[in-house]
Design a binder for this molecule. Structure first.
Ligand code: PEP
Length: 248
C-alpha cells in the first residue's frame, strides 16, 4: 500500500509561552523534513507563531474552534477568525475537551462544518477511555464518534484528518501497541470509506497517545497510520524535531 506523506502535529495544550515559541521556532524553522509539520499552541500565541513561521512550510493551528460563527458568545473564537490570523488546521473534539468541557459529537460536527466552511482543516480527535477499552467497546465508541461527526458530510476536495487517541494512552507513557493501532486504524479507514466513499483516501488518520522519538517510526510503519499527534513530547523542541525526522 502506498503511504501518504505523514503529518506530524504538536499539541501544546495549556503550556508554553513566548519562550517555547522562540526555542521551537529556532529548532524547527530551518529543518528540511519529508513530513508535513503542524504546531497548535494556545490561541493567544497563534499570531506570534504564524509571524515567526512565515515563509516556512510548517503549519500553525488551533486546539479548538467555536461552533458559533459570531455574536454574544464570550470567550469563543470562530473558524473565520482562525483563518484570518493564519491557522491552517484546528483540533476538534480532543478527549480533554470532551471530558472537561463536556463536548460531544454533535458539537464536534458543527465545528467540523464551520472549519471546512472557513477553509481550516479539521483534525477530529476520537478515542475510547480505559474502561471502554477493557470492556472491548473500542469499535462501538469510535463508530459513534465517527458517524455522529462525519455522516453525510461532503468534503468537496477539502482536507480533513482524524486522530485516533486512546484516552488511556494520552500522557501515560503507555502508547497503544502496534497490533491495536493497526486494527483500529483499519477500522477507522473502513468506516471512512462507508461514509465518504472515494474521499476517504484523502483523509489522513493520525495516531496520538504517548508518541516519542523511540516509537514514532514503528507507529508510522503501520498501514493507515498517516501521521502522529504529539502532546507531551512536543514541549521539548529538540525531541519534537527528532520525531519529525524519524517520521520523514
Ligand atoms: C494529546 O493529548 O493529544 C497527546 C497525544 O498527548 P501525549 O502525547 O502527551 O500522550
Amino acid at each position: 500500500m502506498t503511504k501518504k506523506a505523514p503529518l506530524v502535529v504538536a499539541n501544546w495544550k495549556l503550556n508554553g509561552g513566548t519562550d517555547l515559541i522562540c526555542t521551537s521556532v529556532a529548532s524547527i524553522r530551518n529543518q528540511n523534513f519529508n513530513v508535513q509539520v503542524g504546531i497548535a499552541p494556545p490561541y493567544v500565541y497563534i499570531s506570534e507563531l504564524v509571524t515567526f513561521l512565515r515563509n516556512s512550510p510548517i503549519m500553525v493551528g488551533s486546539q479548538n474552534v467555536s461552533k458559533f460563527e459570531s455574536g454574544a458568545f464570550t470567550g469563543e473564537t470562530s473558524a473565520q477568525m482562525l483563518k484570518e490570523v493564519g491557522c491552517q488546521f484546528c483540533l476538534i473534539g480532543h478527549s480533554e475537551r470532551r471530558q472537561v468541557f463536556l463536548e460531544n459529537s454533535e458539537s464536534c460536527r458543527t465545528k467540523v462544518e464551520r472549519a471546512l466552511a472557513a477553509g481550516v482543516m479539521p483534525i477530529i480527535c476520537i478515542g475510547e477511555n480505559a474502561q471502554q477499552y477493557e470492556m472491548g467497546l473500542t469499535r462501538d465508541i469510535l463508530y459513534r464518534q465517527l458517524h455522529h461527526t462525519l455522516e453525510g458530510l461532503s468534503l468537496n476536495g477539502q482536507s480533513l484528518a482524524v486522530a485516533y487517541e486512546p484516552v488511556w494512552a494520552i500522557g501515560t507513557g503507555r502508547a497503544a501497541s502496534v497490533e491495536v493501532v493497526g486494527e483500529v486504524h483499519q477500522f477507522i479507514f473502513d468506516e471512512l470509506v462507508v461514509m465518504l466513499g472515494e474521499d476517504a483516501n484523502s483523509v489522513q488518520i493520525l495516531y496520538g497517545g504517548s508518541v516519542k522519538k523511540d516509537n514514532a517510526a514503528e507507529l508510522l510503519a503501520i498501514d493507515h497510520v498517516d501521521g502522529l499527534l504529539v502532546g507531551g513530547a512536543s514541549l521539548d523542541p529538540e525531541h519534537f524535531v527528532q520525531i519529525c525526522r524519524v517520521a520523514g
